[in-house]
Ligand binder design. Structure first.
Ligand code: NAD
Length: 482
């Protein structure tokens, strides 16, 4: 049997295997076949990466001015754009997502570095009026070494958003990508060296969450951790970091509602509602997994949504259809189990898409499904599914709409569809979510928009200038000069 191509960690500017030589197979979700290997790193690899980052922060990287850091990131953005098609093909193969979505993700990754390149030298501190004969400055300074633990659903985008902000602010980074999706973070990190990033300023350590991830979360050499992933893992990461008093940003999951009022422009709304749950096969933290419909239009809306669901086609990402496979077998079993339980408890399948006949048998395909009659307290209505399953609920009036919308442990995003401007504003205030969209929905989009959760969706903000500030701390300098 021929050996699979081997991908390596990037530590201190060098490609290297795991210290103990262990590997993980990289599986193509569209056929279930392994096509490469990754290092299965352990605590020693993480430690080497943190040391390299510290040396870069104390050395060549830390000595650059903010303008010079911005120029490095601008060159990186240009290199990503130059290589966009090959990076998109890599993302498509690694995650199974449709190629057109992979292209959007790579463009977004380049845009994050472009945005933060421009922002790097525009982050100002403050001066504070204080006692007579003194000058007080509140300086914005980088934390130092930042750890980044990222998920598999949007590896290139989340890498760009997290690392882009951290590097622009002047930190040196250690990244632990998800074991199911390391290839584009590795490829972009290698381009960063070509862009002139000093060795050690950006290190990538691949491996399992419970091994390399846990070792990074518990490492005493970090000064900040940015975690994006599930709520349960976020708790474990925050607990591990608390021992070292390391601050954490948690970007967790969601159960985002779309509120459709009877006066909404349904021609505008319905394609967006469908896309918000089918995009990336529902494996999006901001997936619009619940549609709340005013009772007067409930039946008509479900009929129109059903037509759209039935027309969707599912198949390998390379085919560029509406929906690709889920990431792995475990995720497929999880989604199937939640849906089976809901149907056993009375949920009704209103419409289902179809997997194309020639999709490889070993792929992890789950055809998008529209459900009605799910009890609002049911796990399917309360828990993040992370699959293309849309549950519909009827409501009467604003109060019931808000109660349903806010009635889950999560608070990531929400959308309100109405032509009544006063209602839109009232609901924007009443909905508990980090982002509220009115008559549009940006599932995952909006590099310039502060993003993050409320309640169990996490805390801290990434994207936008807010994300840049989030990778700094404040040092107060009080000078008594008479
Ligand atoms: P996950 O929590 O299983 O894994 C996320 C990362 O944590 C991976 O790199 C994993 O290897 C690592 N990890 C796992 N166990 C660990 C441990 N004990 N210690 C340290 N690290 C550990 O999440 P996932 O399944 O990869 O991603 C899906 C989740 O991510 C969903 O809940 C989704 O909503 C969430 N997500 C949130 C956002 C956001 O910005 N809010 C964006 C994308 C995804």
């Amino acid at each position: 049997m021929t050996a699979l191509p081997e991908h390596l960690n990037l530590v201190d500017g060098r490609a290297c295997p795991a210290a103990e030589g262990h590997t993980i197979e990289v599986v193509d979700p569209s056929d279930g076949q392994p096509f490469a290997t990754l290092p299965r790193s352990g605590a020693a690899d993480v430690d080497a990466a943190v040391r390299a980052a510290r040396a870069a922060f104390d050395g060549a990287w830390g000595r650059l001015t903010a303008t010079e850091r911005g120029r490095v990131l601008a060159r990186l953005s240009a290199l990503i754009t130059q290589q966009a098609e090959s990076l998109a093909q890599l993302e498509c193969r690694d995650t199974g997502k449709p190629i057109q979505q992979a292209r959007v993700d790579i463009a977004a990754c380049a845009r994050y570095f472009e945005y933060y390149a421009g922002a790097a030298d525009k982050l100002h501190g403050e001066t504070i009026p204080y006692a007579a004969g003194s000058t007080v400055m509140a300086l914005r300074v980088p934390f130092g070494v930042t750890g980044h633990i990222i998920p598999w659903n949007y590896p290139a985008q989340i890498f760009g958003r997290s690392v882009g902000g951290a590097l622009a602010a002047g930190n040196a980074c250690v990244v632990k990508p998800a074991e199911d999706a390391c290839l584009t973070p590795l490829a972009v990190a290698s381009l960063a060296l070509d862009a002139g990033l000093p060795p050690g300023a950006l290190n990538i350590v691949c491996g399992l969450g419970v091994e390399a991830g846990a070792a990074l979360a518990a490492h005493p050499g970090l000064n900040h951790i940015s975690f994006t992933g599930s709520a349960a893992t976020g708790t474990a990461v925050a607990q591990a970091a608390a021992v070292n008093h390391v601050p954490v940003t948690l970007e967790l999951g969601g159960k985002s509602p779309q509120l459709l009022f009877a006066d909404a422009d349904l021609d505008e709304a319905l394609p967006v509602v469908v896309n918000a749950i089918v995009q990336n096969a529902g494996q999006t933290c901001t997936a619009g997994s619940r549609v709340l419909v005013e009772r007067a239009i409930h039946d008509a809306v479900l009929e129109r949504l059903a037509q759209r669901f039935a027309a969707l086609r599912v198949g390998p990402g390379t085919r560029g259809l509406d929906c690709g496979p889920l990431i792995n077998r475990r995720q497929l079993d999880r989604v199937t189990g939640l849906v089976d339980a809901a149907q056993a408890d009375g949920a009704r399948a209103v419409a289902r898409a179809a997997v194309v006949d020639d999709a490889p048998a070993g792929g992890f395909y789950f055809a998008p499904l529209l459900l009605d009659g799910v009890a609002p307290s049911h796990p399917l209505a309360q828990r993040e599914i992370f699959g293309p399953v849309l549950a519909a609920f009827a409501f009467d009036g604003e109060d019931e709409a808000v109660a349903l919308a806010n009635g889950t442990p999560y608070g990531l995003t929400a959308a309100v569809w109405t032509r009544d401007g006063s209602r839109a504003l009232r609901l924007a205030h009443r909905l508990v979510a980090g982002q509220v969209f009115v008559n549009n929905y940006g599932a995952g989009g909006g590099i310039e928009l502060p993003f993050g959760g409320m309640k169990h969706s996490g805390y801290g903000r990434e994207k936008a200038f807010e994300g840049l500030r989030g990778f700094t701390t404040v040092k107060t300098v009080a000078i008594r000069h008479g």
